[in-house]
Design a protein around this ligand. Sequence first.
Ligand code: ZDP
Length: 279
Amino acid sequence: MSYEFSKYQGLGNDFILIDNRHSPETIVTPEQASQICDRHFGIGADGVIFALPGQEGTDYTMRIYNSDGSEPEMCGNGIRCLAKFIANLEGIDKVNKTYRIHTLAGVISPQLLENGLVRVDMGKPFLTAGEIPTTLVAAEEKVINQTITVAEQSWAVTCVSMGNPHCITFVEDSEAIPLEKIGPLFEYYSEFPQRINTEFIQVVKPDYLKMRVWERGAGITLACGTGACASVVAGVLNQKCDRVCTVELPGGCLEIEWSSINDRVYMTGPAELVFTGTF
Ligand code: ZDP
């Protein structure tokens, strides 16, 4: 059996995109996804994303497997790549087109802008411990600036879900964090029953954050869209940043806005086709 794929990247967060429009079941298993994500024995990617038929009136359904085969609810950089991918599959100029995409985190709407960037309505953040999920505090409470001990060190963390779970820590110098050592300890910390994505944020200016990320199921990546959104929400909750903010990641910058009018988060950034192939 051979499959066609397209490789896309958004700020260096890279994905294998699969045309799965003919079936509601993913044509690649989580095990196969993990194999093809391998950078030495496979195609190489942070995850595999499927464009499936829409559900409940949406245009398409997105599913994603992380490079370890686990399935996250949402993927910010990935949904920008998906929007470009389906525009390409549909084959006509789709500038200004907005898609409604069914995800495990609800309906998410990416819009293809004239300048080639993609703006995504990421929906509302979830803030209660039960929704994250975390057992750090009671289910209906929020986790804002809460001290936890990881690697024998205290960290003041804020937890935000963008459909998928994030734990954000504000630090003086994001470069100084030993991410490879500390990331897995956060990911598997006992109070995060679904594991967690972990962001370390340096506030350069109230409208400019620098972020490094350890992703659940994928480790160190060059960018994380949901993580950038969650970090701006955490920054606003801690009075550390503005509602309109640039987030600089190792792979480049995202523009994030947490609207005070409708509580929704908007993310704007690039997504590019790298190559296509068959495996
Ligand atoms: O929640 C998770 O398990 C993440 N690893 C999913 C991928 C998130 C992503 N990096 C993003 O940009 O939001 C794709």
